[in-house]
Write a protein that binds this ligand. Structure first.
Ligand code: AMP
Ligand code: MN
Ligand code: MN
Ligand code: MN
Length: 281
Protein backbone atom coordinates (compact mmCIF):
# COMPACT_ATOMS: atom_id res chain seq x y z
CA UNK A 1 0.00 0.00 0.00
CA UNK A 2 2.81 2.39 -0.92
CA UNK A 3 0.50 5.28 -1.96
CA UNK A 4 -0.71 5.62 1.64
CA UNK A 5 2.85 6.34 2.76
CA UNK A 6 3.05 9.71 1.01
CA UNK A 7 3.91 12.83 2.98
CA UNK A 8 0.49 14.48 2.72
CA UNK A 9 -0.73 17.86 4.03
CA UNK A 10 -4.35 18.66 3.19
CA UNK A 11 -4.88 21.79 5.30
CA UNK A 12 -2.68 24.86 4.83
CA UNK A 13 -3.14 28.64 4.59
CA UNK A 14 -1.45 31.35 2.52
CA UNK A 15 -1.77 35.12 2.82
CA UNK A 16 -4.77 34.87 0.49
CA UNK A 17 -6.60 34.16 3.75
CA UNK A 18 -4.99 34.33 7.21
CA UNK A 19 -1.64 32.65 6.58
CA UNK A 20 1.40 34.91 6.38
CA UNK A 21 3.33 33.30 3.49
CA UNK A 22 2.56 33.92 -0.14
CA UNK A 23 1.67 30.72 -2.04
CA UNK A 24 5.17 30.59 -3.61
CA UNK A 25 6.92 30.76 -0.22
CA UNK A 26 4.49 28.22 1.20
CA UNK A 27 5.17 25.79 -1.65
CA UNK A 28 8.93 26.21 -1.23
CA UNK A 29 8.69 25.53 2.50
CA UNK A 30 6.46 22.52 1.83
CA UNK A 31 8.97 21.02 -0.59
CA UNK A 32 11.91 21.72 1.74
CA UNK A 33 10.00 19.77 4.41
CA UNK A 34 9.58 16.82 2.04
CA UNK A 35 5.91 17.29 1.23
CA UNK A 36 4.60 15.16 -1.65
CA UNK A 37 0.86 15.89 -1.68
CA UNK A 38 -0.33 19.43 -0.99
CA UNK A 39 -3.68 21.15 -0.58
CA UNK A 40 -3.82 24.91 -0.12
CA UNK A 41 -7.08 25.40 1.80
CA UNK A 42 -7.55 29.11 2.28
CA UNK A 43 -10.65 30.23 4.18
CA UNK A 44 -13.71 30.78 1.95
CA UNK A 45 -11.46 31.61 -0.98
CA UNK A 46 -10.49 29.78 -4.19
CA UNK A 47 -8.26 32.32 -5.87
CA UNK A 48 -4.94 30.73 -4.84
CA UNK A 49 -5.70 27.31 -6.30
CA UNK A 50 -4.47 27.99 -9.83
CA UNK A 51 -1.13 29.24 -8.54
CA UNK A 52 -0.85 26.36 -6.05
CA UNK A 53 -1.37 23.91 -8.91
CA UNK A 54 1.45 25.51 -10.93
CA UNK A 55 3.76 25.69 -7.91
CA UNK A 56 3.11 22.06 -6.98
CA UNK A 57 4.00 20.97 -10.51
CA UNK A 58 7.16 23.09 -10.43
CA UNK A 59 8.27 21.43 -7.17
CA UNK A 60 7.26 17.91 -8.20
CA UNK A 61 4.45 17.66 -5.64
CA UNK A 62 0.96 16.34 -6.27
CA UNK A 63 -1.68 19.01 -5.89
CA UNK A 64 -5.13 18.72 -4.34
CA UNK A 65 -7.49 21.65 -4.97
CA UNK A 66 -8.98 22.64 -1.62
CA UNK A 67 -10.83 25.19 0.47
CA UNK A 68 -11.85 25.64 4.14
CA UNK A 69 -15.45 26.85 4.38
CA UNK A 70 -16.80 28.65 7.47
CA UNK A 71 -20.30 27.55 8.43
CA UNK A 72 -22.67 28.29 11.31
CA UNK A 73 -24.27 25.33 13.04
CA UNK A 74 -26.37 25.68 16.23
CA UNK A 75 -24.77 29.05 16.95
CA UNK A 76 -21.22 27.71 16.57
CA UNK A 77 -18.71 28.33 13.80
CA UNK A 78 -17.56 25.07 12.22
CA UNK A 79 -15.03 24.64 9.41
CA UNK A 80 -15.63 22.26 6.52
CA UNK A 81 -12.77 21.35 4.19
CA UNK A 82 -13.55 20.75 0.54
CA UNK A 83 -10.91 18.54 -1.12
CA UNK A 84 -10.51 17.60 -4.80
CA UNK A 85 -12.97 20.33 -5.77
CA UNK A 86 -13.40 21.85 -9.19
CA UNK A 87 -12.64 25.44 -8.22
CA UNK A 88 -14.61 26.80 -11.17
CA UNK A 89 -17.94 25.20 -10.22
CA UNK A 90 -20.35 28.19 -10.29
CA UNK A 91 -22.44 27.45 -7.14
CA UNK A 92 -19.22 27.01 -5.11
CA UNK A 93 -17.66 30.16 -6.56
CA UNK A 94 -20.81 32.25 -6.05
CA UNK A 95 -21.63 30.84 -2.62
CA UNK A 96 -18.17 31.70 -1.30
CA UNK A 97 -18.32 35.13 -2.91
CA UNK A 98 -21.50 35.75 -0.91
CA UNK A 99 -20.06 34.58 2.42
CA UNK A 100 -16.96 36.76 1.94
CA UNK A 101 -18.95 39.99 1.65
CA UNK A 102 -19.90 39.82 5.34
CA UNK A 103 -16.30 40.01 6.51
CA UNK A 104 -15.62 43.70 5.95
CA UNK A 105 -18.56 45.07 8.00
CA UNK A 106 -17.84 42.43 10.65
CA UNK A 107 -14.22 43.60 10.89
CA UNK A 108 -15.42 47.22 11.35
CA UNK A 109 -17.69 46.09 14.19
CA UNK A 110 -14.90 44.10 15.79
CA UNK A 111 -12.70 47.20 15.68
CA UNK A 112 -15.48 49.32 17.23
CA UNK A 113 -15.77 46.86 20.10
CA UNK A 114 -12.03 46.80 20.64
CA UNK A 115 -11.99 50.61 20.62
CA UNK A 116 -14.69 50.59 23.31
CA UNK A 117 -12.38 48.29 25.30
CA UNK A 118 -9.55 50.84 24.93
CA UNK A 119 -7.76 49.47 21.86
CA UNK A 120 -7.82 52.15 19.17
CA UNK A 121 -7.03 51.78 15.50
CA UNK A 122 -7.33 48.00 15.28
CA UNK A 123 -9.06 48.00 11.88
CA UNK A 124 -6.10 49.79 10.27
CA UNK A 125 -3.72 47.79 12.46
CA UNK A 126 -5.16 44.46 11.37
CA UNK A 127 -5.28 45.57 7.75
CA UNK A 128 -1.48 45.77 7.68
CA UNK A 129 -1.40 41.97 7.98
CA UNK A 130 -4.06 41.34 5.34
CA UNK A 131 -2.99 39.91 1.98
CA UNK A 132 -6.50 39.89 0.51
CA UNK A 133 -8.88 42.72 1.44
CA UNK A 134 -11.89 40.39 0.98
CA UNK A 135 -10.62 38.17 3.70
CA UNK A 136 -10.08 39.98 6.96
CA UNK A 137 -10.12 37.47 9.82
CA UNK A 138 -9.79 37.43 13.57
CA UNK A 139 -6.24 36.15 13.08
CA UNK A 140 -5.26 39.51 11.54
CA UNK A 141 -6.62 41.33 14.59
CA UNK A 142 -4.75 38.90 16.85
CA UNK A 143 -1.48 39.70 15.05
CA UNK A 144 -2.10 43.40 15.64
CA UNK A 145 -2.69 42.87 19.39
CA UNK A 146 0.64 41.00 19.44
CA UNK A 147 2.28 43.95 17.67
CA UNK A 148 0.92 46.19 20.45
CA UNK A 149 2.80 44.01 22.93
CA UNK A 150 -0.37 42.78 24.63
CA UNK A 151 0.37 39.09 23.90
CA UNK A 152 3.14 37.01 22.40
CA UNK A 153 1.14 34.21 20.73
CA UNK A 154 -2.01 34.14 18.61
CA UNK A 155 -3.62 31.42 20.72
CA UNK A 156 -3.15 33.58 23.84
CA UNK A 157 -5.07 36.43 22.21
CA UNK A 158 -7.98 34.05 21.65
CA UNK A 159 -8.25 33.45 25.39
CA UNK A 160 -8.94 37.11 26.16
CA UNK A 161 -10.24 38.75 23.00
CA UNK A 162 -12.12 37.93 19.77
CA UNK A 163 -14.07 34.99 21.22
CA UNK A 164 -17.61 34.77 22.55
CA UNK A 165 -18.05 36.79 25.72
CA UNK A 166 -14.82 38.80 25.16
CA UNK A 167 -14.16 42.14 23.44
CA UNK A 168 -13.90 42.00 19.67
CA UNK A 169 -16.31 39.10 19.18
CA UNK A 170 -19.05 39.75 16.65
CA UNK A 171 -21.60 37.04 16.07
CA UNK A 172 -21.71 36.16 12.43
CA UNK A 173 -23.87 34.02 10.17
CA UNK A 174 -21.73 32.03 7.79
CA UNK A 175 -23.01 29.51 5.26
CA UNK A 176 -25.11 26.57 6.45
CA UNK A 177 -23.77 23.03 6.74
CA UNK A 178 -26.12 21.96 3.94
CA UNK A 179 -24.85 24.74 1.64
CA UNK A 180 -21.19 23.97 2.23
CA UNK A 181 -21.64 20.22 1.68
CA UNK A 182 -23.73 20.75 -1.45
CA UNK A 183 -21.23 23.28 -2.92
CA UNK A 184 -18.36 20.87 -2.30
CA UNK A 185 -20.15 17.77 -3.61
CA UNK A 186 -21.51 19.71 -6.57
CA UNK A 187 -17.92 20.68 -7.37
CA UNK A 188 -16.97 16.99 -7.39
CA UNK A 189 -15.15 17.20 -4.06
CA UNK A 190 -15.09 15.47 -0.70
CA UNK A 191 -16.40 17.31 2.37
CA UNK A 192 -14.35 16.85 5.55
CA UNK A 193 -15.07 18.28 9.02
CA UNK A 194 -11.94 20.24 9.99
CA UNK A 195 -10.40 19.88 13.49
CA UNK A 196 -13.49 18.37 15.22
CA UNK A 197 -11.67 18.58 18.55
CA UNK A 198 -11.65 22.36 18.51
CA UNK A 199 -15.36 23.10 18.76
CA UNK A 200 -17.15 24.00 21.94
CA UNK A 201 -19.76 21.30 21.39
CA UNK A 202 -20.91 18.61 23.81
CA UNK A 203 -20.44 15.01 22.63
CA UNK A 204 -24.17 14.92 22.01
CA UNK A 205 -24.12 18.05 19.85
CA UNK A 206 -21.02 16.91 17.93
CA UNK A 207 -22.72 13.57 17.21
CA UNK A 208 -25.86 15.39 16.04
CA UNK A 209 -23.74 17.53 13.71
CA UNK A 210 -21.89 14.49 12.35
CA UNK A 211 -25.18 12.62 11.83
CA UNK A 212 -26.47 15.52 9.72
CA UNK A 213 -23.16 15.80 7.89
CA UNK A 214 -23.18 12.07 7.08
CA UNK A 215 -26.78 12.22 5.88
CA UNK A 216 -25.90 15.09 3.53
CA UNK A 217 -23.08 13.06 1.98
CA UNK A 218 -20.16 14.34 4.08
CA UNK A 219 -17.15 12.11 3.51
CA UNK A 220 -14.55 12.60 6.19
CA UNK A 221 -13.18 13.81 9.48
CA UNK A 222 -9.86 15.51 10.07
CA UNK A 223 -8.00 13.28 12.52
CA UNK A 224 -4.35 14.36 12.52
CA UNK A 225 -4.00 18.14 12.51
CA UNK A 226 -1.93 20.85 14.14
CA UNK A 227 -5.25 22.07 15.54
CA UNK A 228 -5.52 18.88 17.67
CA UNK A 229 -3.43 17.87 20.61
CA UNK A 230 -1.56 14.60 20.01
CA UNK A 231 -3.82 12.82 22.51
CA UNK A 232 -6.84 13.77 20.37
CA UNK A 233 -5.61 11.90 17.26
CA UNK A 234 -6.80 8.52 18.56
CA UNK A 235 -10.10 9.98 19.82
CA UNK A 236 -11.05 11.29 16.39
CA UNK A 237 -9.67 8.22 14.61
CA UNK A 238 -12.14 6.17 16.67
CA UNK A 239 -14.95 8.58 15.84
CA UNK A 240 -14.10 8.44 12.11
CA UNK A 241 -14.17 4.63 12.26
CA UNK A 242 -17.47 4.50 14.09
CA UNK A 243 -19.11 6.82 11.53
CA UNK A 244 -17.48 5.19 8.53
CA UNK A 245 -15.78 8.49 7.66
CA UNK A 246 -12.50 8.73 5.78
CA UNK A 247 -9.68 10.25 7.83
CA UNK A 248 -7.83 13.39 6.79
CA UNK A 249 -4.52 14.88 7.81
CA UNK A 250 -3.46 18.53 7.61
CA UNK A 251 -1.17 20.83 9.55
CA UNK A 252 -3.48 23.89 9.51
CA UNK A 253 -0.20 25.76 9.02
CA UNK A 254 -0.62 29.56 9.10
CA UNK A 255 2.83 30.99 9.86
CA UNK A 256 6.33 29.99 10.95
CA UNK A 257 6.47 30.10 14.73
CA UNK A 258 2.71 30.50 15.01
CA UNK A 259 1.37 27.07 14.14
CA UNK A 260 1.80 23.93 16.22
CA UNK A 261 2.77 21.80 13.21
CA UNK A 262 4.80 23.00 10.23
CA UNK A 263 3.63 22.33 6.67
CA UNK A 264 4.64 18.81 5.62
CA UNK A 265 5.69 17.76 9.15
CA UNK A 266 2.69 15.72 10.23
CA UNK A 267 2.90 12.37 12.01
CA UNK A 268 1.15 9.46 10.23
CA UNK A 269 -2.55 8.75 10.64
CA UNK A 270 -3.40 6.14 13.28
CA UNK A 271 -3.87 2.56 11.99
CA UNK A 272 -7.33 1.30 11.14
CA UNK A 273 -8.59 4.48 9.52
CA UNK A 274 -8.98 4.86 5.78
CA UNK A 275 -7.05 7.91 4.53
CA UNK A 276 -9.17 10.34 2.56
CA UNK A 277 -6.58 10.01 -0.26
CA UNK A 278 -6.78 6.16 -0.41
CA UNK A 279 -8.05 6.04 -4.01
CA UNK A 280 -6.64 9.30 -5.42
CA UNK A 281 -3.39 8.13 -7.01
P1 AMP B 1 -12.50 34.19 11.44
O1 AMP B 1 -12.72 33.36 10.19
O2 AMP B 1 -12.33 35.63 11.16
O3 AMP B 1 -13.55 33.91 12.48
O4 AMP B 1 -11.11 33.73 12.05
C1 AMP B 1 -10.92 32.39 12.39
C2 AMP B 1 -9.43 32.08 12.47
O5 AMP B 1 -8.91 32.48 13.71
C3 AMP B 1 -9.18 30.60 12.38
O6 AMP B 1 -9.08 30.19 11.04
C4 AMP B 1 -7.86 30.45 13.09
O7 AMP B 1 -6.80 30.70 12.19
C5 AMP B 1 -7.89 31.57 14.11
N1 AMP B 1 -8.23 31.06 15.46
C6 AMP B 1 -9.45 30.90 15.99
N2 AMP B 1 -9.37 30.44 17.26
C7 AMP B 1 -8.05 30.29 17.52
C8 AMP B 1 -7.29 29.85 18.64
N3 AMP B 1 -7.87 29.48 19.77
N4 AMP B 1 -5.94 29.84 18.53
C9 AMP B 1 -5.33 30.22 17.39
N5 AMP B 1 -6.00 30.64 16.30
C10 AMP B 1 -7.33 30.69 16.36
MN1 MN C 1 -7.22 30.48 10.00
MN1 MN D 1 -10.18 26.05 10.76
MN1 MN E 1 -7.47 26.19 8.78
Amino acid sequence: MVPLMFNVDLHTHSNISDGVLEPAALAGRARANGLEVWALTDHDELSGIGEARRLAREHGMRHVPGVEISISWAGQTIHILGLQINENHPPLVQGLERTRTGREPRAREMAAQLAAAGIEGSYEGALKYVGNPDLMTRTHFARYLIELGMFSKVHEVFRHYLVEGKPGYVEHHWATLAEAVSWIRGAGGLAVVAHPGRYKLSDLALNAMLDEFKQMGGAGLEVVTGSHRVDQYETYARLARSYGFLASSGSDFHAPGESRVDIGQLPPLPDNVTPVWHDWF
